[in-house]
Design a protein around this ligand. Structure first.
Ligand code: 6R9
Length: 655
């Protein structure tokens, strides 16, 4: 967020009460009801979670609600289940059977609808087929797809077998995919020929081929290819004995695949996310706790009703897509819109036409998208009828009050509450928000804790700070959908989340809590950037850069950006004899895009003779941040080893 935006956030005092009409019909229609439920969730968790999960399918009920032997949490001990029974089978005995589960629209305008009965059938077919390919309980399966209903089918089919899916966002490059396959030791990859993005074909299968050509990815011996675009639009190379088309595979399968019943703590999926070191972390979520978290939050935060058409615009490759496109909505029997392409294709009216056409009632999107739309002007949304909307949501980064107000007025017509939901890949489900019919909202504040969540703002030594003061955001108690470990690296799990503040989970975010108990999240305070809602580790960018033969050293920092929240600026020092210049800048940007993915392409690359360092040799990113933002140097420079380095960087800027 830009400095201006942060300042406006700190000064924000406006309040928006839930509209009376909304509250009257809401699941939780008063602040006192929220408070009573919240209190119960903390004081009598067993009673609370038993009631709130009574619509989920457990084969055997739990005997012990939870066990937190720091840092490892276990929930719903003794329970057995298969999540697909809650997401699919249970709906087949009710009217939901023939209700649309997924309404899909392709970038080119094609549409498809899958009812719950059809989604169930497709999932069972694929599960049966995967079983025949040798996929068993506990095996890892990588999913590298775009936004098509089959990505949900693939996830659910894995879950049906007790296999652990790891979805890799389709924007990641071959090397990033290879690393994730290697780390998870995935046996099989499910992909599609290609996907549309801004009118272009993204060749997903070709990227899988590149990843699997490298020895590090040798665990993956089979590839299933869903043909989405077809031969004319996207030719694929099939490797004999390794690759098989989805439709050929399903031709020999039966739509009858008994669910593999697993323990509550059986792994459900691994999702990689950026941390403060170079290697992405495989965040592990387990079965019962994750399902419960996604289910209960979806129901309450989006105040789901049977006739809602719910649209979460995230990609399934991120956690928001996992929890709020797949597991949360499906376990609630909701109708979800899924859109394949870019928000501005073929023009900036696309989102608003989608809402009108499909009668979307709930929209859940990201501040970066809201700001981009806001910049294009009110004439785009004005062309569509948005009166079907009744609730708006925001996720991924702090929303600046200006964007909040625009969203509220221009998109929500002043009548829709906004839920600003704070959570993380690690938390699995929404941790803080206001409930839309119960609590007033304040633009820029993420509101109050969700059920079972105990957040606090503390100093480095774990002492609570006074209301209004900034500090570290921690969660003091385990919650059901908490990550259980970092896949294959429990040490990293302990260090990353439990070593900064004793006895609690440290989120990596800075925040404050105001007099009303409302939380205001300011952003990451570790070496993680949030660029257009994408979480990017500075160390990942740096290691990609130094892998280029021209680069000696690199430092990546964020610069406040009105549109993206943060822009990615990198400083590089070159190897002796290498010539700096625009050509090399372009090459290095391309290199990062190739190593990680296009979304990680730096916004600016600056050359430096040397990077500012402490006497112990640590790069002083704090100073580089100031340089990147064009600010006067703030804070202490006394530990800087060579002051002339900074003088040179500043001078370069003035040139
Ligand atoms: C769900 C998701 C997590 C980080 C988190 C924080 C930022 C997410 C936010 C928010 C302020 C919100 N964040 N939601 N900051 N207000 N409503 O985004 O997961 O990709 O793991 O990112 O995103 O900094 O720590 P993930």
């Amino acid at each position: 967020m830009s400095q201006d935006a942060i300042t406006s956030l700190l000064k924000e005092t406006r309040r928006f009460e839930p509209p009376a009409e909304f509250s009257r019909r809401a699941r939780v229609g008063a602040q006192a009801t929220y408070e009573a439920l919240y209190r119960e969730s903390i004081e009598q968790p067993d009673a609370f979670w038993r009631r709130e999960t009574s619509d989920l399918v457990f084969r055997t009920p739990w005997t012990t609600i939870s066990d937190w032997s720091l840092p490892h949490a276990k929930w719903f001990l003794g329970a057995t289940l298969n999540v697909t029974e809650s997401c699919l089978d249970r709906h087949l005995t009710t009217a939901t059977k023939n209700k649309a589960a997924i309404i899909w629209e392709g970038e080119h305008g094609a549409t498809r609808t899958l009812t719950y009965a059809q989604l169930h059938r497709e999932t069972l077919l694929l599960a049966d087929a995967l079983k025949r390919l040798g996929i068993e309980k506990g095996d890892r399966v990588a999913i590298y797809m775009g936004m098509v209903p089959e990505v949900a089918v693939a996830m659910l089919a894995c879950a049906r077998l007790g296999a652990v899916h790891t979805v890799v966002f389709g924007g990641f490059a071959a090397d990033a995919l290879r690393d994730r396959i290697h780390d998870s030791q995935a046996k099989l990859v499910i992909t599609q020929d290609g996907a549309y993005r801004r009118g272009q074909v993204v060749p997903l299968k070709a990227t899988v081929d590149k990843a699997l050509a490298q020895p590090e990815a040798k665990s993956a011996t089979r590839v299933v290819v869903y043909q989405h675009l077809g031969k004319e639009r996207c030719e694929v190379q099939m490797t004999e004995g390794r690759d098989v088309f989805w439709h050929d595979l399903l031709a020999g399968a039966a739509p009858a695949c008994e669910p593999t019943v697993v323990d509550a703590e059986h792994p459900l999926f691994i999702l990689y996310t950026s941390g403060s070191t170079g290697k992405p972390k495989g965040v592990l979520h387990t079965t019962a706790g994750y399902l419960v978290g996604a289910h209960v939050t979806t129901k309450y935060v989006f105040d789901l009703r049977d006739d809602d058409v719910y649209w979460c615009t995230a990609d399934v490759g991120w956690v928001t897509g996992h929890s709020y496109i797949v597991y949360g909505p499906l376990s609630n029997g909701a109708t979800c819109l899924m859109y394949e392409g870019a928000p501005n294709f073929p023009d900036w009216g696309r989102f608003w036409r989608l809402i009108e056409k499909h009668g979307v009632t709930i929209l859940y999107t990201a501040p970066t998208a809201i700001r981009a739309f806001m910049r294009q002007g009110d004439e785009w949304p004005a062309k569509s009828d948005l009166s079907s909307l009744r609730l708006l949501g925001s996720v991924g980064e702090p929303i600046n009050p200006e964007a909040w107000i625009w969203y509220h007025r221009t998109i929500g017509g002043g009548r829709c509450p906004i839920v600003d939901t704070w959570w993380q890949t690690e938390t699995g489900s929404i941790m803080m928000t206001t409930l839309p019919g119960a609590s007033f909202s304040k633009p820029g504040s993420t509101g109050l804790p969700m059920f079972g969540v105990v957040p606090e703002v503390v100093t480095k030594d774990g002492k609570p700070v006074a209301a209004g003061e900034g500090g570290l955001l921690v969660l003091k108690q385990a919650w059901p959908s908490m990550l259980r470990t970092v896949w294959g690296d429990d040490d990293r799990f302990r260090k990353q989340y439990f070593s900064d503040v004793e006895g609690c989970y440290f989120t990596g975010d800075g925040a404050r809590r105001d007099e009303d108990g409302y939380f205001w999240v300011v952003g990451r305070i570790d070496d993680v950037l949030n660029v257009a809602g994408h979480r990017i580790g500075t160390a990942e960018i740096e290691s990609a850069l130094v892998s280029h033969p021209s680069v000696a050293e690199a430092a990546a920092v964020g610069r406040p950006d009105d549109l993206k929240g943060q822009a990615l600026v990198v400083f590089v020092s070159l190897r002796p004899g290498v010539k700096a210049g625009p050509e090399l800048q372009a090459k290095l940007a391309e290199h990062v895009a190739k190593e990680i993915g296009k979304f990680a392409r730096p916004d600016a690359i600056r050359f430096a003779d040397a990077l500012p360092k402490t006497r112990s040799g640590k790069i002083m990113r704090r100073l580089l941040k100031d340089v990147a933002a064009g600010r006067e140097l703030t804070g202490d420079t006394s530990t800087l080893e060579d002051l002339t380095v900074m003088a040179k960087l500043r001078q370069q800027e003035e040139e």
